[in-house]
Design a protein around this ligand. Structure first.
Ligand code: ADP
Ligand code: MG
Length: 698
């Protein structure tokens, strides 16, 4: 099968060298396989027409049918345009084209009946369409597609080379005439039967030229299923392979842990925490290297889980380290973990950018000698001079801030046995994304908050009501609470944001002469930040004015009010992160989202979502729908997300099914060696080893 689909497009009838080059350059289409897999992005339903009298501004793209007349060219040079009218029984629609006038003159004809497709707008009460697509009305021939495919193309191809969507459709149609004998089935008969899938060859025919909406639906399902199935199969195989190949230290003994549970546990663990600890312990006893992602909403209590895992390592003569993305967080983790460790006589150290040379040297020595059991720090941990006697576990907090390179640096810190890895994230990732991005990791979720937490009350207030908001803050502070006021910081406009922050600080200082105020921002040196943080933690200050540096992980239980200025400028997950800074103590907590009156539709949705729910996973799902998967996770991982047809924001159910299918397949036939799975094995073998998306034809 691979040979046929690797044939260069210039060999296709009607393409030729010049068009082949254009298709390459403009649409990234090189081979038969590329063209067949460039699926239509929508379809024209030839049975659905609007009457011209019913057109109005709020309609999306629509189609009308009518006879064209009054075609003329107006204007000169760059102002030149082609205008015409189309009339049906109900009225007249004006059409205008600003580009490709010369070519259009040769194809747009008076007195011809056309199907006109475009976005209507009203001008002086009359409907208009700019750059509509025209299609001559002809009698539908038997066997002809019911829905007409529409392909993406470029202005250049359309206007100067006459390669519009219809031309592409003709090429695809020609290709599909000769392709079927070469299309082999890429899924096993069992899968096809179990999930009621259309065959591969039919799916490819129907996706381009569907004969009915039902067949189109079936084709889409089949192709999405296949695409997601192969992504999952690849991820799961990677995971399984790693488990076979990489040994891990065994941490079975737990004397200090028992001591900790019996005598020092500061609170009852939640059921979810216990479950996750059990997952980790099972991994530690398996003799294989652990790679586990721990997801838990802000405040769900990941830190103590981390400590318990580190304790298991210590109980078995292994060292562990916990890496945080900022110094503030590292300090806080250190303070929290040290309190536990001291009770148990466990040695714990801290290493950050601001650790002094002498202390640093001593720390290095202690680590090398194995006298120090636990280390908390920032990126400073990664430096080559930091050597362990026996590093057995590395934990990364808020892992989305750490790259793969950094992960592998930590791996190398034990040349004998790769340390177990636990990555913790408070950014709830929608399940579909987690399965795809971290599909090769084992995932544990803390989906339960400690008992007795009061849900945070979130409100949206306009800037004009600031005085009332300030009065509320004053009342809260007089109840002995503390308050955060956060300003946006977006890198491109750092100067501007800095000004926002300092202006804000001054107005807060003026409004609250009776209170002490801290300020923390990215331009301060680490010691200054720390100093201010400490003042706030010690309750010497009542208000903390800050940029988003306090976003991650900061824990001051007495702070119960979070004011977010210009909240419309924050992303949804960031808002949720910020809100998570409050609600950590016993008091009722509040989050106040400030904004101006002018809000975009998306901003409004974000703020409304925040007001409506505290559930991080629900918020993550909405974020995914608003932003799309690529944007959500950054371009870094876009390789995995570079899907041809499936959409992680919408196809969650298909993804779940396909992952289950892949899992079952691997449990029944790990080597894919049984005859009934021949299709699958052949398909994988036909791919280049580097292929990211295993569903592609090549
Ligand atoms: P996060 O998951 O955001 O890192 P933390 O580990 O910082 O959450 O925990 C948030 C707060 O909840 C801390 O003050 C912690 O001591 C407390 N906490 C954690 N687990 C429990 C529990 N099971 N019961 C009561 N309080 C808990
Ligand atoms: Mg945390």
């Amino acid at each position: 099968m691979s040979n046929f689909f690797n044939i260069k497009l210039e060999n296709l009838r009607g393409v030729g060298t010049q068009r082949a080059q254009l298709l390459q350059k403009e649409l990234n289409l090189f081979t038969y396989g590329d063209l067949i897999q460039r699926y239509p992005f929508r379809y024209l339903d030839r049975t659905q027409f609007y009457t011209i009298a019913d057109l109005h501004d709020d309609l999306p793209f629509v189609q009308v049918k009518g006879v064209l007349r009054n075609r003329e060219v107006l204007g000169e040079g760059p102002k030149q345009r082609l205008v015409a009218k189309v009339a049906d029984a109900s009225g007249e629609l004006e059409l205008v084209w600003f580009k490709g006038v010369k070519y259009l003159q040769t194809v747009v004809r008076n007195h011809q009946e056309y199907i006109v497709f475009g976005k209507p707008t009203m001008f002086n009460g009359r409907p208009q369409m700019a750059h509509p697509e025209l299609e001559e009305v002809t009698e539908a021939k038997p066997g002809q597609s019911f829905l007409q495919p529409v392909y993406n193309t470029t202005e250049k191809l359309k206007n100067y080379h006459r390669i519009d969507s219809k031309a592409l459709a003709r090429l695809v149609a020609d290709l599909l005439k000769i392709a079927p004998p070469h299309i082999s089935e890429s899924l096993s008969p069992a899968l096809i039967q179990h999930y009621g899938l259309m065959s591969k060859v039919d799916a490819l025919l129907q996706i381009h030229f569907p004969q009915s909406p039902e067949l189109l639906q079936a084709a889409r399902f089949r192709l999405k299923f296949e695409e997601l199935f192969y992504v999952q199969l690849k991820l799961l195989r990677q995971r399984d392979q790693r488990k076979v190949e990489l040994a891990g230290q065994i941490f079975r003994e737990v004397p200090s842990l028992v001591d900790f549970y019996k005598n020092h546990l500061p609170f009852d663990l939640t059921g979810a925490q216990k479950r996750v600890i059990h997952d980790i312990y099972k991994d530690f006893c398996a003799g294989k290297q652990m790679n586990r992602l721990l997801q838990g909403d802000v405040g769900s209590g990941k830190t103590i889980v981390a400590f318990i895992a580190m304790l298991m390592a210590a109980d078995n003569g292994a060292q562990s380290c916990l890496m945080a993305p900022t110094e503030i967080l590292a300090d806080q983790h250190y303070a929290g973990l040290k309190a536990y460790a001291d009770q148990l006589g466990i040695q714990i150290g801290k290493l950050t950018g601001s650790t002094r040379t002498a202390a640093r040297r001593e720390l290095h020595e202690e680590l090398r000698a194995g006298r120090m059991h636990m280390l908390v720090g920032t990126h400073a941990l990664l430096e080559d001079v930091v050597q362990f006697r026996n590093l057995g576990l590395t934990i990364m907090d808020e892992q989305h801030r750490f790259g793969v390179a950094q992960r592998s640096k930590l791996w190398q810190k034990n040349p004998h046995v790769i340390p177990h890895v636990l990555v913790m994230t408070a950014t709830p990732i929608p399940r579909t994304l987690a399965m795809t991005l971290y599909g090769d990791l084992d995932v544990s979720v803390i989906d339960e908050l400690p008992a007795g937490r009061k849900p945070i009350v979130t409100v949206h207030r306009y800037d004009a009501n600031r005085l009332k908001v300030f009065q509320f803050l004053r009342d809260q502070i007089n109840l002995d609470r503390q308050v955060y006021i956060v300003y946006p910081l977006i890198e491109e406009s750092e100067t501007l944001d800095y000004k926002d922050l300092t202006d804000g600080y001054e107005s807060v200082a003026r409004a609250f002469p009776e209170f002490q105020i801290s300020i923390v921002h990215g331009r301060m040196r680490a010691e200054e930040k720390d100093f201010e943080m400490q003042r706030f933690i010690k309750k010497e200050t009542q208000i903390m004015v800050a940029t988003t540096v306090i976003e991650v992980g900061v824990n001051v239980p007495n702070a119960s009010v979070m004011v977010i200025e210009s909240s419309e400028r924050f992303g949804l997950s960031q808002l949720h992160q910020l809100r998570g800074r409050v609600g950590r103590g016993a008091d009722q907590s509040y989050c106040i989202l400030m904004s101006g009156y002018k809000l975009s539709k998306d901003s409004r949705t974000r703020l409304e979502t925040m007001v409506r729910t505290n559930n991080g996973f629900e918020i993550a799902d909405i974020d995914l729908k608003l932003r799309g998967p690529g944007d959500l996770m950054g371009t870094q991982q876009s390789g995995v997300l570079d899907l041809l047809i499936a959409d992680l924001a919408k196809d969650g159910r298909i993804l779940t099914e396909s992952r289950a299918a892949a899992q079952q397949l691997l449990s029944e036939d790990p080597g894919l060696s049984q005859p009934e799975n021949l299709n699958i094995r052949r398909h994988i073998e036909s791919l280049p080893a580097t292929a990211v998306n295993w569903s592609r034809i090549s």
